[in-house]
Design a protein around this ligand. Structure first.
Ligand code: GLC
Ligand code: CA
Length: 517
Protein backbone atom coordinates (compact mmCIF):
# COMPACT_ATOMS: atom_id res chain seq x y z
CA UNK A 1 0.00 0.00 0.00
CA UNK A 2 0.94 3.61 -0.35
CA UNK A 3 -0.71 6.96 -0.76
CA UNK A 4 -1.61 6.04 -4.36
CA UNK A 5 -5.25 5.78 -3.20
CA UNK A 6 -5.29 9.57 -3.20
CA UNK A 7 -4.75 9.77 -6.94
CA UNK A 8 -8.30 8.90 -7.92
CA UNK A 9 -10.14 9.95 -4.78
CA UNK A 10 -13.08 12.29 -4.45
CA UNK A 11 -13.54 13.66 -0.92
CA UNK A 12 -16.61 14.68 1.01
CA UNK A 13 -16.21 17.29 3.75
CA UNK A 14 -18.38 16.62 6.78
CA UNK A 15 -19.08 19.41 9.23
CA UNK A 16 -19.89 17.03 12.08
CA UNK A 17 -22.23 19.21 14.11
CA UNK A 18 -24.55 19.70 11.12
CA UNK A 19 -24.52 16.40 9.29
CA UNK A 20 -26.72 13.88 11.06
CA UNK A 21 -27.89 13.69 14.65
CA UNK A 22 -28.22 10.05 15.71
CA UNK A 23 -29.33 10.59 19.32
CA UNK A 24 -31.82 13.45 19.01
CA UNK A 25 -29.95 16.06 21.02
CA UNK A 26 -30.00 18.51 18.13
CA UNK A 27 -26.37 18.21 17.14
CA UNK A 28 -24.70 15.97 14.58
CA UNK A 29 -22.40 13.21 15.84
CA UNK A 30 -20.04 10.39 14.92
CA UNK A 31 -22.71 7.68 14.96
CA UNK A 32 -24.67 9.91 12.63
CA UNK A 33 -21.79 10.12 10.17
CA UNK A 34 -21.41 6.32 10.29
CA UNK A 35 -25.10 5.95 9.45
CA UNK A 36 -24.64 8.10 6.36
CA UNK A 37 -21.51 6.48 4.95
CA UNK A 38 -23.52 4.57 2.39
CA UNK A 39 -25.09 7.82 1.27
CA UNK A 40 -21.63 9.38 0.77
CA UNK A 41 -20.39 6.31 -1.07
CA UNK A 42 -23.49 6.29 -3.25
CA UNK A 43 -22.71 9.84 -4.34
CA UNK A 44 -19.32 8.49 -5.41
CA UNK A 45 -17.05 9.92 -2.73
CA UNK A 46 -14.57 7.46 -1.29
CA UNK A 47 -12.97 9.61 1.39
CA UNK A 48 -14.07 12.00 4.13
CA UNK A 49 -12.55 15.00 5.77
CA UNK A 50 -14.23 15.65 9.10
CA UNK A 51 -13.84 19.10 10.71
CA UNK A 52 -12.41 19.05 14.26
CA UNK A 53 -14.06 16.56 16.61
CA UNK A 54 -11.82 17.20 19.62
CA UNK A 55 -12.71 18.45 23.05
CA UNK A 56 -13.14 22.21 22.83
CA UNK A 57 -14.98 25.17 24.33
CA UNK A 58 -16.14 25.86 20.74
CA UNK A 59 -15.20 29.48 20.50
CA UNK A 60 -14.23 28.70 16.90
CA UNK A 61 -16.40 25.66 16.20
CA UNK A 62 -13.70 23.27 17.43
CA UNK A 63 -10.68 24.94 15.81
CA UNK A 64 -9.88 25.90 19.37
CA UNK A 65 -8.72 22.57 20.72
CA UNK A 66 -8.74 21.98 24.47
CA UNK A 67 -7.55 18.38 24.31
CA UNK A 68 -6.18 16.95 21.06
CA UNK A 69 -6.55 13.40 22.25
CA UNK A 70 -10.11 13.51 23.48
CA UNK A 71 -13.26 13.46 21.41
CA UNK A 72 -15.75 16.20 22.24
CA UNK A 73 -18.53 14.47 24.21
CA UNK A 74 -21.17 16.06 22.00
CA UNK A 75 -19.87 14.02 19.06
CA UNK A 76 -19.66 10.74 20.95
CA UNK A 77 -17.09 8.46 22.53
CA UNK A 78 -13.87 6.82 21.48
CA UNK A 79 -15.87 3.71 20.69
CA UNK A 80 -18.12 5.73 18.42
CA UNK A 81 -15.06 6.98 16.61
CA UNK A 82 -13.64 3.49 16.27
CA UNK A 83 -16.99 2.34 14.96
CA UNK A 84 -17.02 5.10 12.35
CA UNK A 85 -13.48 4.31 11.24
CA UNK A 86 -14.21 0.58 11.01
CA UNK A 87 -17.39 1.16 9.07
CA UNK A 88 -15.58 3.47 6.65
CA UNK A 89 -12.71 1.06 6.13
CA UNK A 90 -15.10 -1.82 5.63
CA UNK A 91 -16.48 0.12 2.69
CA UNK A 92 -13.04 0.95 1.35
CA UNK A 93 -13.48 4.58 2.40
CA UNK A 94 -10.81 6.77 3.99
CA UNK A 95 -11.09 9.23 6.85
CA UNK A 96 -9.04 12.37 7.40
CA UNK A 97 -9.26 14.26 10.65
CA UNK A 98 -8.57 17.96 10.95
CA UNK A 99 -5.22 18.80 12.50
CA UNK A 100 -4.92 22.22 14.12
CA UNK A 101 -1.17 22.67 14.57
CA UNK A 102 -0.86 26.44 14.84
CA UNK A 103 -2.78 27.19 18.01
CA UNK A 104 -4.78 25.71 20.84
CA UNK A 105 -7.72 26.94 22.84
CA UNK A 106 -6.80 29.23 25.71
CA UNK A 107 -8.38 26.51 27.88
CA UNK A 108 -5.84 23.87 26.81
CA UNK A 109 -3.81 22.48 29.74
CA UNK A 110 -0.58 23.73 28.16
CA UNK A 111 -1.87 27.26 28.02
CA UNK A 112 -3.44 27.10 31.46
CA UNK A 113 -0.01 26.22 32.84
CA UNK A 114 1.88 28.73 30.69
CA UNK A 115 -0.33 31.68 31.55
CA UNK A 116 -0.01 31.37 35.33
CA UNK A 117 3.43 32.93 35.30
CA UNK A 118 4.73 30.19 37.59
CA UNK A 119 7.45 28.04 36.08
CA UNK A 120 6.14 24.98 34.26
CA UNK A 121 7.26 22.70 31.47
CA UNK A 122 5.00 24.64 29.09
CA UNK A 123 6.61 28.04 29.64
CA UNK A 124 7.83 28.14 26.05
CA UNK A 125 4.99 26.29 24.34
CA UNK A 126 3.39 29.63 23.39
CA UNK A 127 4.83 32.97 22.40
CA UNK A 128 4.84 35.49 25.22
CA UNK A 129 6.56 38.84 25.15
CA UNK A 130 9.01 39.43 27.98
CA UNK A 131 6.70 41.81 29.78
CA UNK A 132 3.33 43.43 29.17
CA UNK A 133 4.95 46.83 29.53
CA UNK A 134 7.79 46.61 27.07
CA UNK A 135 6.04 44.72 24.28
CA UNK A 136 6.89 46.18 20.87
CA UNK A 137 3.95 48.00 19.30
CA UNK A 138 3.18 45.19 16.86
CA UNK A 139 2.72 42.78 19.78
CA UNK A 140 0.57 44.85 22.13
CA UNK A 141 -2.69 43.33 20.98
CA UNK A 142 -3.37 41.01 23.91
CA UNK A 143 -2.02 43.19 26.66
CA UNK A 144 -2.44 41.97 30.22
CA UNK A 145 -5.14 39.30 30.19
CA UNK A 146 -3.48 36.73 32.43
CA UNK A 147 -1.20 36.48 35.44
CA UNK A 148 1.94 36.01 33.41
CA UNK A 149 3.82 39.24 32.77
CA UNK A 150 3.73 39.24 28.98
CA UNK A 151 1.47 39.43 25.96
CA UNK A 152 0.80 36.27 24.06
CA UNK A 153 0.65 36.02 20.33
CA UNK A 154 -2.68 35.05 18.85
CA UNK A 155 -3.06 32.93 15.71
CA UNK A 156 -6.71 33.59 14.93
CA UNK A 157 -9.35 34.65 17.48
CA UNK A 158 -8.09 35.94 20.82
CA UNK A 159 -8.99 32.61 22.43
CA UNK A 160 -6.50 30.85 20.12
CA UNK A 161 -2.93 31.51 21.35
CA UNK A 162 -0.26 30.66 18.79
CA UNK A 163 1.94 27.68 19.55
CA UNK A 164 5.64 28.41 19.63
CA UNK A 165 7.44 27.03 16.56
CA UNK A 166 9.93 29.86 16.83
CA UNK A 167 10.78 32.72 14.52
CA UNK A 168 12.52 32.51 11.17
CA UNK A 169 13.93 35.96 11.74
CA UNK A 170 14.40 36.85 15.37
CA UNK A 171 13.86 40.54 15.89
CA UNK A 172 13.42 40.58 19.67
CA UNK A 173 15.86 38.02 21.10
CA UNK A 174 14.63 38.67 24.66
CA UNK A 175 11.54 36.57 24.00
CA UNK A 176 11.55 35.26 20.42
CA UNK A 177 13.01 31.79 20.00
CA UNK A 178 14.74 30.87 16.78
CA UNK A 179 12.97 28.31 14.57
CA UNK A 180 16.00 26.07 15.14
CA UNK A 181 15.88 26.30 18.93
CA UNK A 182 15.17 23.22 21.05
CA UNK A 183 12.11 25.05 22.44
CA UNK A 184 10.60 25.38 18.97
CA UNK A 185 11.35 21.76 18.14
CA UNK A 186 9.77 20.62 21.36
CA UNK A 187 6.51 21.95 19.98
CA UNK A 188 7.11 20.02 16.76
CA UNK A 189 7.61 16.86 18.82
CA UNK A 190 4.40 17.56 20.72
CA UNK A 191 2.59 17.92 17.38
CA UNK A 192 4.03 14.66 16.10
CA UNK A 193 2.90 12.95 19.26
CA UNK A 194 -0.67 14.11 18.60
CA UNK A 195 -0.46 12.97 14.99
CA UNK A 196 0.84 9.56 16.00
CA UNK A 197 -1.97 9.20 18.51
CA UNK A 198 -4.58 9.36 15.74
CA UNK A 199 -2.56 7.70 13.00
CA UNK A 200 -1.96 4.76 15.34
CA UNK A 201 -5.72 4.43 15.63
CA UNK A 202 -5.79 3.91 11.89
CA UNK A 203 -6.93 7.20 10.40
CA UNK A 204 -5.87 7.85 6.83
CA UNK A 205 -4.34 11.28 7.33
CA UNK A 206 -5.11 14.88 8.17
CA UNK A 207 -6.43 18.01 6.63
CA UNK A 208 -4.05 20.56 8.14
CA UNK A 209 -5.50 23.83 9.36
CA UNK A 210 -3.53 27.02 8.62
CA UNK A 211 -0.55 24.90 7.63
CA UNK A 212 1.50 27.96 6.74
CA UNK A 213 1.10 29.59 10.14
CA UNK A 214 3.68 27.72 12.24
CA UNK A 215 6.92 29.70 12.25
CA UNK A 216 6.63 33.45 12.70
CA UNK A 217 8.50 36.13 10.71
CA UNK A 218 8.84 33.50 8.00
CA UNK A 219 7.63 35.36 4.92
CA UNK A 220 9.08 32.86 2.47
CA UNK A 221 7.89 29.99 4.68
CA UNK A 222 11.36 28.46 4.72
CA UNK A 223 11.40 27.33 8.35
CA UNK A 224 7.73 26.34 8.22
CA UNK A 225 8.49 24.08 5.24
CA UNK A 226 11.38 22.53 7.15
CA UNK A 227 9.02 21.41 9.91
CA UNK A 228 6.55 19.87 7.47
CA UNK A 229 9.31 18.05 5.62
CA UNK A 230 10.43 16.60 8.92
CA UNK A 231 6.87 15.48 9.60
CA UNK A 232 6.61 14.04 6.12
CA UNK A 233 9.66 11.87 6.89
CA UNK A 234 7.80 10.50 9.88
CA UNK A 235 4.75 9.83 7.71
CA UNK A 236 6.74 8.08 4.99
CA UNK A 237 8.59 5.94 7.49
CA UNK A 238 5.79 4.99 9.85
CA UNK A 239 2.48 5.78 8.11
CA UNK A 240 3.20 5.31 4.41
CA UNK A 241 -0.49 5.04 3.48
CA UNK A 242 -1.55 8.26 5.20
CA UNK A 243 -1.78 11.70 3.61
CA UNK A 244 -1.50 15.34 4.60
CA UNK A 245 -3.62 17.94 2.84
CA UNK A 246 -2.88 21.56 3.54
CA UNK A 247 -5.00 24.61 3.99
CA UNK A 248 -2.44 26.83 2.31
CA UNK A 249 -3.36 27.50 -1.32
CA UNK A 250 0.20 27.71 -2.50
CA UNK A 251 1.18 24.46 -4.25
CA UNK A 252 4.81 25.47 -4.65
CA UNK A 253 5.27 26.07 -0.95
CA UNK A 254 2.86 23.44 0.33
CA UNK A 255 3.38 20.53 -2.05
CA UNK A 256 6.84 21.05 -3.49
CA UNK A 257 8.67 22.68 -0.57
CA UNK A 258 6.81 21.25 2.41
CA UNK A 259 5.84 17.76 1.25
CA UNK A 260 2.05 17.95 1.50
CA UNK A 261 0.33 15.34 -0.62
CA UNK A 262 -2.28 17.86 -1.74
CA UNK A 263 -3.12 21.52 -1.23
CA UNK A 264 -6.50 23.23 -1.29
CA UNK A 265 -7.29 25.78 -3.95
CA UNK A 266 -9.06 28.34 -1.76
CA UNK A 267 -10.98 31.49 -2.49
CA UNK A 268 -8.30 34.14 -2.02
CA UNK A 269 -8.80 37.61 -3.36
CA UNK A 270 -7.31 37.84 -6.83
CA UNK A 271 -6.37 34.19 -7.28
CA UNK A 272 -7.59 31.72 -9.91
CA UNK A 273 -10.27 30.13 -7.76
CA UNK A 274 -11.71 33.52 -6.97
CA UNK A 275 -11.69 34.49 -10.63
CA UNK A 276 -13.53 31.31 -11.60
CA UNK A 277 -16.25 31.23 -8.99
CA UNK A 278 -16.31 34.08 -6.49
CA UNK A 279 -15.19 37.26 -8.14
CA UNK A 280 -17.57 40.00 -7.21
CA UNK A 281 -17.14 43.67 -7.47
CA UNK A 282 -18.22 44.78 -3.99
CA UNK A 283 -21.80 43.59 -3.58
CA UNK A 284 -22.53 44.19 -7.22
CA UNK A 285 -21.47 42.82 -10.56
CA UNK A 286 -20.30 39.22 -10.67
CA UNK A 287 -17.11 39.04 -12.71
CA UNK A 288 -16.46 35.31 -12.28
CA UNK A 289 -15.94 32.99 -15.22
CA UNK A 290 -18.78 30.89 -13.80
CA UNK A 291 -21.64 33.29 -13.21
CA UNK A 292 -25.09 34.06 -14.50
CA UNK A 293 -24.74 36.24 -17.59
CA UNK A 294 -21.08 35.37 -17.32
CA UNK A 295 -18.44 37.75 -18.58
CA UNK A 296 -15.37 36.62 -16.70
CA UNK A 297 -11.83 36.06 -17.88
CA UNK A 298 -10.44 32.52 -18.08
CA UNK A 299 -6.92 33.88 -18.53
CA UNK A 300 -6.95 35.14 -14.96
CA UNK A 301 -7.53 31.60 -13.73
CA UNK A 302 -4.95 30.09 -16.06
CA UNK A 303 -2.28 32.64 -15.14
CA UNK A 304 -2.57 31.47 -11.55
CA UNK A 305 -3.37 27.80 -11.99
CA UNK A 306 -1.15 26.64 -14.84
CA UNK A 307 2.23 27.45 -13.25
CA UNK A 308 1.06 26.04 -9.92
CA UNK A 309 -0.12 22.86 -11.65
CA UNK A 310 3.05 22.48 -13.69
CA UNK A 311 5.40 22.90 -10.76
CA UNK A 312 3.49 20.61 -8.39
CA UNK A 313 1.98 17.86 -10.55
CA UNK A 314 4.84 15.44 -10.02
CA UNK A 315 4.73 15.87 -6.26
CA UNK A 316 1.06 16.10 -5.35
CA UNK A 317 -2.37 17.41 -6.14
CA UNK A 318 -4.27 20.66 -6.18
CA UNK A 319 -7.69 20.27 -4.60
CA UNK A 320 -10.65 22.04 -6.13
CA UNK A 321 -13.44 22.48 -3.61
CA UNK A 322 -17.14 22.99 -4.26
CA UNK A 323 -16.98 25.14 -1.13
CA UNK A 324 -15.99 24.70 2.50
CA UNK A 325 -17.14 25.68 5.98
CA UNK A 326 -15.43 29.10 5.70
CA UNK A 327 -17.05 30.61 2.62
CA UNK A 328 -20.53 31.43 1.36
CA UNK A 329 -22.03 28.49 -0.52
CA UNK A 330 -22.18 28.69 -4.30
CA UNK A 331 -25.90 29.62 -4.67
CA UNK A 332 -25.00 32.98 -3.13
CA UNK A 333 -23.10 33.69 -6.35
CA UNK A 334 -24.72 31.62 -9.08
CA UNK A 335 -27.86 29.82 -10.18
CA UNK A 336 -28.25 26.05 -10.06
CA UNK A 337 -27.65 25.95 -13.79
CA UNK A 338 -24.22 27.55 -13.45
CA UNK A 339 -23.42 25.43 -10.39
CA UNK A 340 -23.91 22.30 -12.48
CA UNK A 341 -21.43 23.63 -15.04
CA UNK A 342 -18.93 24.47 -12.31
CA UNK A 343 -19.21 20.91 -10.99
CA UNK A 344 -18.61 19.53 -14.48
CA UNK A 345 -15.46 21.63 -14.67
CA UNK A 346 -14.16 20.61 -11.22
CA UNK A 347 -14.79 16.91 -11.80
CA UNK A 348 -12.87 16.92 -15.09
CA UNK A 349 -9.81 18.78 -13.83
CA UNK A 350 -6.67 17.19 -12.36
CA UNK A 351 -6.23 17.03 -8.61
CA UNK A 352 -8.27 15.68 -5.74
CA UNK A 353 -11.68 17.36 -5.54
CA UNK A 354 -13.65 17.99 -2.36
CA UNK A 355 -17.42 18.20 -2.12
CA UNK A 356 -18.68 20.17 0.88
CA UNK A 357 -21.70 18.47 2.49
CA UNK A 358 -24.93 19.85 1.06
CA UNK A 359 -23.30 21.27 -2.06
CA UNK A 360 -24.41 18.15 -3.90
CA UNK A 361 -28.00 19.37 -3.52
CA UNK A 362 -27.35 23.11 -3.76
CA UNK A 363 -27.94 24.06 -0.13
CA UNK A 364 -28.03 27.82 0.19
CA UNK A 365 -25.93 30.30 2.11
CA UNK A 366 -28.07 31.76 4.89
CA UNK A 367 -27.69 35.47 5.51
CA UNK A 368 -30.33 35.60 8.23
CA UNK A 369 -28.40 33.90 11.03
CA UNK A 370 -26.41 35.33 13.88
CA UNK A 371 -22.96 33.93 14.58
CA UNK A 372 -22.72 30.46 16.08
CA UNK A 373 -19.56 29.35 17.86
CA UNK A 374 -17.28 31.85 16.17
CA UNK A 375 -18.76 31.29 12.75
CA UNK A 376 -19.75 34.92 12.10
CA UNK A 377 -20.38 35.31 8.36
CA UNK A 378 -19.44 31.65 7.91
CA UNK A 379 -22.40 30.48 9.98
CA UNK A 380 -24.70 30.66 6.95
CA UNK A 381 -22.75 27.85 5.27
CA UNK A 382 -22.88 25.56 8.29
CA UNK A 383 -26.59 24.76 8.64
CA UNK A 384 -27.95 21.22 9.03
CA UNK A 385 -27.84 18.82 6.10
CA UNK A 386 -31.17 18.54 4.33
CA UNK A 387 -32.06 14.88 3.95
CA UNK A 388 -35.80 14.60 3.38
CA UNK A 389 -39.20 16.15 4.10
CA UNK A 390 -39.56 14.73 7.62
CA UNK A 391 -39.06 16.65 10.86
CA UNK A 392 -36.10 19.05 10.68
CA UNK A 393 -35.54 17.85 7.12
CA UNK A 394 -34.35 14.53 8.51
CA UNK A 395 -31.35 16.03 10.29
CA UNK A 396 -32.53 15.41 13.84
CA UNK A 397 -35.50 14.25 15.88
CA UNK A 398 -34.92 16.94 18.48
CA UNK A 399 -37.28 19.84 19.01
CA UNK A 400 -36.64 22.67 16.61
CA UNK A 401 -35.29 25.01 19.29
CA UNK A 402 -32.66 22.43 20.26
CA UNK A 403 -31.02 22.31 16.85
CA UNK A 404 -27.39 23.37 16.49
CA UNK A 405 -28.51 25.74 13.75
CA UNK A 406 -31.95 26.11 12.18
CA UNK A 407 -32.77 24.10 9.09
CA UNK A 408 -33.81 25.70 5.81
CA UNK A 409 -37.56 25.97 6.27
CA UNK A 410 -38.42 27.36 2.86
CA UNK A 411 -40.85 25.10 1.00
CA UNK A 412 -38.42 24.97 -1.92
CA UNK A 413 -35.46 23.90 0.24
CA UNK A 414 -33.48 21.27 -1.65
CA UNK A 415 -33.18 17.86 -0.02
CA UNK A 416 -31.56 14.60 -0.98
CA UNK A 417 -35.03 13.15 -1.23
CA UNK A 418 -36.29 15.67 -3.76
CA UNK A 419 -33.13 15.56 -5.87
CA UNK A 420 -31.96 11.95 -5.93
CA UNK A 421 -33.28 10.20 -9.01
CA UNK A 422 -34.38 13.48 -10.59
CA UNK A 423 -32.77 13.88 -13.98
CA UNK A 424 -30.81 17.11 -14.27
CA UNK A 425 -30.73 17.89 -10.53
CA UNK A 426 -27.51 19.18 -9.01
CA UNK A 427 -27.25 15.88 -7.17
CA UNK A 428 -27.66 13.62 -10.21
CA UNK A 429 -25.34 15.79 -12.27
CA UNK A 430 -22.57 15.63 -9.68
CA UNK A 431 -23.07 11.93 -9.10
CA UNK A 432 -22.81 11.19 -12.82
CA UNK A 433 -19.67 13.30 -13.12
CA UNK A 434 -17.99 11.61 -10.16
CA UNK A 435 -18.86 8.24 -11.68
CA UNK A 436 -17.23 9.28 -14.96
CA UNK A 437 -14.15 10.50 -13.14
CA UNK A 438 -13.86 7.14 -11.45
CA UNK A 439 -14.50 5.13 -14.58
CA UNK A 440 -11.87 7.05 -16.56
CA UNK A 441 -8.79 7.84 -14.48
CA UNK A 442 -7.65 10.08 -17.35
CA UNK A 443 -10.20 12.55 -16.00
CA UNK A 444 -8.57 12.64 -12.60
CA UNK A 445 -4.81 12.33 -12.60
CA UNK A 446 -3.80 9.78 -15.20
CA UNK A 447 -3.46 12.41 -17.89
CA UNK A 448 -2.13 15.91 -18.33
CA UNK A 449 -4.22 19.04 -18.44
CA UNK A 450 -3.81 20.87 -21.76
CA UNK A 451 -5.55 23.97 -23.01
CA UNK A 452 -7.50 23.58 -26.25
CA UNK A 453 -9.26 26.94 -26.35
CA UNK A 454 -8.91 29.81 -23.91
CA UNK A 455 -9.22 33.48 -24.78
CA UNK A 456 -9.39 36.44 -22.51
CA UNK A 457 -12.99 37.57 -21.90
CA UNK A 458 -14.23 34.91 -24.27
CA UNK A 459 -16.15 31.63 -24.03
CA UNK A 460 -16.03 28.64 -24.15
CA UNK A 461 -13.06 27.27 -22.30
CA UNK A 462 -11.89 23.94 -23.73
CA UNK A 463 -9.24 21.61 -22.33
CA UNK A 464 -7.89 18.17 -23.04
CA UNK A 465 -7.51 15.39 -20.51
CA UNK A 466 -5.87 12.49 -22.32
CA UNK A 467 -8.36 11.22 -24.88
CA UNK A 468 -11.10 13.49 -23.48
CA UNK A 469 -11.84 17.10 -24.35
CA UNK A 470 -14.15 19.25 -22.21
CA UNK A 471 -15.87 22.43 -23.45
CA UNK A 472 -17.62 24.68 -20.97
CA UNK A 473 -19.65 27.77 -21.79
CA UNK A 474 -21.38 29.46 -18.84
CA UNK A 475 -22.11 32.59 -20.89
CA UNK A 476 -25.49 33.63 -22.33
CA UNK A 477 -24.32 33.25 -25.94
CA UNK A 478 -23.88 30.18 -28.09
CA UNK A 479 -20.20 30.04 -29.00
CA UNK A 480 -18.59 28.39 -31.99
CA UNK A 481 -14.90 27.50 -32.15
CA UNK A 482 -12.77 25.66 -34.63
CA UNK A 483 -12.43 22.08 -33.55
CA UNK A 484 -12.55 18.80 -35.39
CA UNK A 485 -14.68 16.25 -33.63
CA UNK A 486 -13.22 13.53 -35.86
CA UNK A 487 -15.88 11.09 -34.83
CA UNK A 488 -15.27 11.50 -31.09
CA UNK A 489 -17.87 9.97 -28.80
CA UNK A 490 -19.97 12.16 -26.53
CA UNK A 491 -19.21 11.24 -22.92
CA UNK A 492 -21.34 13.81 -21.07
CA UNK A 493 -23.41 16.88 -21.78
CA UNK A 494 -25.23 19.63 -19.98
CA UNK A 495 -27.38 21.79 -22.24
CA UNK A 496 -26.84 21.71 -25.99
CA UNK A 497 -24.13 21.65 -28.61
CA UNK A 498 -23.68 20.96 -32.30
CA UNK A 499 -20.78 20.40 -34.66
CA UNK A 500 -19.87 20.35 -38.31
CA UNK A 501 -16.68 19.12 -39.85
CA UNK A 502 -14.40 21.84 -38.54
CA UNK A 503 -16.27 23.55 -35.74
CA UNK A 504 -18.05 22.86 -32.50
CA UNK A 505 -20.79 25.07 -31.12
CA UNK A 506 -21.37 25.03 -27.38
CA UNK A 507 -24.69 26.61 -26.62
CA UNK A 508 -25.25 29.14 -23.88
CA UNK A 509 -24.87 27.64 -20.39
CA UNK A 510 -23.71 24.27 -21.68
CA UNK A 511 -21.00 21.70 -21.19
CA UNK A 512 -19.73 19.01 -23.51
CA UNK A 513 -17.30 16.21 -22.78
CA UNK A 514 -16.09 14.11 -25.70
CA UNK A 515 -13.78 11.14 -25.93
CA UNK A 516 -11.56 10.51 -28.89
CA UNK A 517 -10.72 6.94 -29.70
C1 GLC B 1 -9.02 27.65 9.27
C2 GLC B 1 -10.36 26.99 9.44
C3 GLC B 1 -11.30 27.97 10.05
C4 GLC B 1 -10.76 28.35 11.42
C5 GLC B 1 -9.34 28.90 11.31
C6 GLC B 1 -8.67 28.97 12.66
O1 GLC B 1 -9.06 28.69 8.36
O2 GLC B 1 -10.82 26.49 8.21
O3 GLC B 1 -12.60 27.47 10.15
O4 GLC B 1 -11.58 29.31 12.01
O5 GLC B 1 -8.53 28.08 10.50
O6 GLC B 1 -8.32 27.71 13.12
CA1 CA C 1 -26.31 14.12 18.53
Amino acid sequence: MSTSWLKNSVFYEVYPQSFYDSNSDGIGDLRGIALKLDYIRELGCNALWINPIYDSPFMDAGYDVRDYKKIAPRYGTEDDFKHLLDEAHKRGMKILLDLVPGHTSDTHEWFKAAKTGYPSEYDNRYIFTKSVWDAPPEYRLMCGVCERDGNYLVNYFSSQPALNYGFHEVKYPAWQFSADSPEAWETVEALKDIMRFWLDKGIDGFRVDMADSLVKNDDEKISTAKIWRDIRLMMDADYPDAVLISEWSNPLRAIVNSGFHADFYLDHQGNGYNSLFRKRFGDGDNLSFFADHAHGDIEEFLADYTPAYLCSREHGYISFITNNHDMPRAPFYMSDEIIRLSHAFMMTMPGVPFVYYGDEIGMIYRTDLVSKEGGFSRTGSRTPMQWDHTKNLGFSDADEDMLYLPVDNRPEAPTVENQAGVQGSIYENLKALIALRKEFPELSNDSEFEIVYAKSHDYPFAYRRGSFVAFVNPSDDDRTIEYRMDGAEVAYTIGDWSADENTVTINARSFLLIKHS
